[in-house]
Design a protein around this ligand. Structure first.
Ligand code: ATP
Ligand code: MG
Length: 439
């Protein structure tokens, strides 16, 4: 088949712009064939572009022969351009249709497609991820990423207005920052390096210069477990602030969550409707539970944990039922937290570390950090980490490191809450896990 050139054809309108008020006007639209309905002498095309869908109506005897012939060759997902006249039509999406005068076919598609792009025939997530770009043609899927985009805009503008500066720290690093999580090694010339698990050490160092910084970027963890909330590559929203304690940065976090929920609710009405999801804007301050309170609540629900133990997933599930909203867990045992988390001044067994939860899922971890070099070195040794491998980091504590605090928020987990989606793989364009490295 001979394909048409785009040539001088240029879009005048998007699908969402076409309405009955344009009656009689000549327009040019571009997009992909989403559906074809053939009623003998009448053929309906549903054209999809980034703003939505549009009906093109072809009466065999009322449009030019060339258009009729081309329309007969069309298949789902062909990319085309149409020049035509707008006509009021109550039953069409947007209340108007286009009667074409000219059609250009730019590209064809292989048939049958690996997925039903209308989504009417449901496919397993792995089948969908294997043909991800096609899967992303579905409006519900596009809605997820528009919500993410809006959330990112809201995060950036909120933090920037508070005087927090956006930074980028290295992805290729020499030593681990998060004790528990496994690293991906990288062959770095003739040395071994790793992909960063978090920007922890660098963001702490940078508050010496900029006082408050944030970073939005990918981090990497060799997660062995296959869950619906872990991936090997994830986007983290990180904040670090000088002259602040845990409560100060918890305030920033809850205010930010409140702001983003409000912004997305107001600016993504169509997307949330497509997803069938309603956002409840949470009131601040969020509930705060101490780790000790959590243990007591679990005990009452017949789950016994020894003090100092991490909270296992089944226990979190119960907590989520008791607290079906955003809440903080504070006052974690120092030994359960990373080496850089500050022990409480009045009780060093407890730390100034916190987690932000949504129901049973952890969205963010944070805390006040140790800024005293001696204490930091002691904590490294207690956790079996070598001070030698943290040499360059420790050095910066000789340059007047102020008290500071911060947090890291998993973007995808937050987007799951904003969209009501249950599997993290759905809210990441090209998810990476232990078994998936393509597409
Ligand atoms: P979890 O206990 O859920 O495995 P974590 O405590 O190991 O998470 P942190 O080191 O506290 O994770 O990282 C901060 C935030 O980054 C987490 O609260 C979470 O939102 C996000 N995050 C961490 N690991 C992953 C991952 N593998 N995939 C997606 N998001 C992650
Ligand atoms: Mg955590």
């Amino acid at each position: 088949m001979v394909l048409d050139k785009m040539g001088d054809m240029r879009r005048t309108h998007y699908a969402a712009d076409i309405g009955p008020e344009l009656e009689g006007q000549e327009v040019t639209v571009f997009g992909w064939v989403h559906e074809i309905r053939d009623l003998g002498g009448l053929r309906f095309l549903i054209l999809q572009d980034r703003t939505g869908k549009l009906q093109i109506t072809i009466h065999r005897h009322k449009v030019v022969k060339e258009v009729v012939e081309k329309a007969e060759t069309l298949q789902k997902q062909y990319s085309i351009g149409i020049k035509g006249t707008v006509k009021k039509m109550g039953k069409a999406p947007g209340g108007a249709e286009i009667v074409p005068n000219e059609m250009r076919i730019f590209s064809v598609s292989q048939q049958p497609l690996p997925l039903d792009i209308t989504g009417r025939t449901k496919a397993e997530i792995d089948v969908r991820l294997d043909a991800r770009v096609l899967d992303l043609r579905r409006e519900e899927n596009q809605a997820i990423f528009r919500v993410q985009h809006a959330a990112l805009q809201a995060i950036r503008s909120y933090l920037s207005e508070k005087g927090v500066m956006e930074v980028f720290t290295p992805r290729i690093i020499v030593s681990a920052t998060e004790g528990g999580a496994a690293l991906f090694p990288v062959a770095y010339f003739n040395r071994e390096a790793f992909l960063a698990q978090s920007p922890q050490l660098y963001k702490e160092q940078l508050i010496l210069d900029f006082e408050q910084v944030f970073e939005i970027g990918p981090f990497f963890r060799a997660e062995e477990s296959h869950t619906r909330r872990h991936l090997s590559e994830f986007i983290s929203v990180d904040l670090e602030k000088a002259f602040a304690n845990a409560e100060d940065v918890m305030n920033v976090l809850e205010e930010l969550i409140h702001h983003v929920c409000k912004y997305v609710k107001e600016n993504c009405k169509r997307e949330l409707e497509l997803l069938g999801h309603e956002i409840v804007v949470p009131e601040v301050p969020f509930k705060r539970l101490t780790y000790a309170q959590v243990l007591e609540e679990l005990e009452e629900n017949k789950i016994h944990l020894n003090w100092g133990e991490d909270i296992p997933t089944p226990a979190y599930r119960i907590l989520g039922k008791l607290h079906p909203y955003y809440y903080f867990i504070t006052d974690w045992p120092t030994k359960a937290k990373a080496f850089y988390i500050k022990p409480k001044d009045d009780n060093p067994e407890l730390s100034e570390g916190f987690d932000l939860m949504w129901k049973w899922v952890e969205l963010s971890s944070g805390g006040a950090r140790i800024h005293d070099k001696e204490l930091l070195m002691k904590r490294l040794s207690e956790q079996g980490l070598s001070t030698e491998s943290f040499k360059t980091h420790l050095q910066t504590f000789d340059y007047g490191m102020p008290p500071h605090a911060g947090w890291g928020l998993g973007l995808a987990r937050f987007v799951m809450v904003l969209t009501g989606v249950k599997n993290i793989r759905e809210v990441v364009l090209f998810p990476r896990d232990q078994v998936r490295l393509t597409p």
